[in-house]
Design a protein around this ligand. Structure first.
Ligand SMILES: C[S@@+](CC[C@H](N)C(=O)[O-])C[C@H]1O[C@@H](n2cnc3c(N)ncnc32)[C@H](O)[C@@H]1O
Length: 312
């Protein structure tokens, strides 16, 4: 069967979890099931993998792909913010390894009607979980100019966020902005020609990234899920996270940093008096990044970073 999503840092991420030790593993972002299958291929008999995705279609696809692994594989539709509840529901207290491969999959981007892509015309939706929540159209047509500016600036790291927010508010006074093409054309029209194709990227790329992050609350769920998961790890268990932009990576770096070095005593104190002890050690002092060969084969991998910690 042909799966359109090419898994990023597949070997590196799965090796980091040391699945051959056996035990219970969790893939928080099942997607096309690439990492999930690789974990299952390396676990011994009796091990178990719980795969989560908030996208119903990804869950169905992943279940099909992993069916051959029988009871070793369980695929659940859930937001990874609720990973603790999912494990409770399955009667699992402790786990041995957990993985996040953040963001959207190529399959989601390629399904035009999902509205993630500025390359294909579709209603502005962008929800990974289509059973609830506001769409990108709701945001574009109801948020204040100030809110749009903040989102496009902070989540898109877009230099022209002020102009774009103002153009959106002006345009929607003539009627709602409903499609990806309407938005992509509007954004392109307000970006100065000389800046339009910088970095060989579409001028609307950053605005679309910003809206997608806001629609799916992508940044808010990272820290609570890292905390909940690391709490569940057995000593020696590993947590591995693949990020695709600096906003995600900053959160992961900070959360893992605090877990590894929580002491709050002033640096000149001879001994620690705050009593906060590390709960993990950093396996990757610097993040692992894809090889040139991987980037050549899969350009989507170019911004990926893998960070790994081990529970003490
Ligand atoms: C980059 S893809 C994962 C690809 C997968 N590792 C593979 O090799 O096929 C990310 C997936 O995570 C899912 N996802 C993103 N945020 C999520 C969240 N908060 N909870 C659950 N799933 C999420 C998306 O729906 C998407 O299917």
């Amino acid at each position: 069967m042909n799966y359109a999503h090419v898994s990023v840092l597949l070997k590196e991420a799965v090796e980091a979890l040391v699945p051959q030790r056996g035990g219970i593993f969790v893939d928080c972002t099942a997607g096309g099931g690439g990492h999930s299958e690789e974990i299952l291929r390396h676990t011994p008999h009796g091990a178990r993998l719980i795969s989560l995705d908030q996208d119903e279609r990804a869950v169905l696809r992943c279940r099909q792909r992993l069916a051959a692994y029988g009871t070793a594989s369980t695929v659940v539709k859930a937001n990874f913010a609720a990973v603790g509840d999912v494990l409770d529901g399955l009667g699992i207290q402790k786990i041995d390894g957990i993985l996040w491969d953040l963001g959207v999959s190529s399959v989601q981007l390629d399904e035009a009607e999902r509205g993630f892509s500025y390359m294909m015309d579709a209603p502005l939706d962008m929800r990974m979980d289509r059973s609830s929540g506001k769409t990108a159209a709701d945001i574009v047509n109801t948020y204040s100019e100030e809110e749009l500016y903040r989102i496009i600036r902070d989540y898109g790291e877009e230099w022209f966020s002020k102009r774009i927010a103002s153009a959106i508010v002006e345009k929607r006074s003539d009627g709602p902005i409903e499609t990806t093409q309407q938005l992509a054309e509007l954004v392109t029209s307000v970006i100065p020609p000389a800046s339009r194709h910088k970095e060989n990227q579409h001028p609307a790329r950053r605005t679309f990234q910003a809206l997608r992050i806001e629609v799916n609350g992508e940044l808010q769920v990272i820290e609570p899920s890292l905390q909940a998961a690391v709490e569940r790890l057995r000593p020696g268990g590993r947590a591995a996270v693949i990020t695709f932009h600096s906003l995600e990576d900053r959160i992961v770096k900070q959360v893992f940093g605090k877990m590894a070095s929580p002491c709050e005593c002033p640096p000149n104190f001879p001994v620690c008096t705050c009593g906060k002890k590390p709960i993990v050690t950093r396996i990757t002092k610097k993040p692992i990044v894809p090889s040139d060969a991987e980037i050549l084969e899969n350009p989507r991998a170019r911004s990926a970073k893998l960070r790994v910690v081990e529970k003490i």
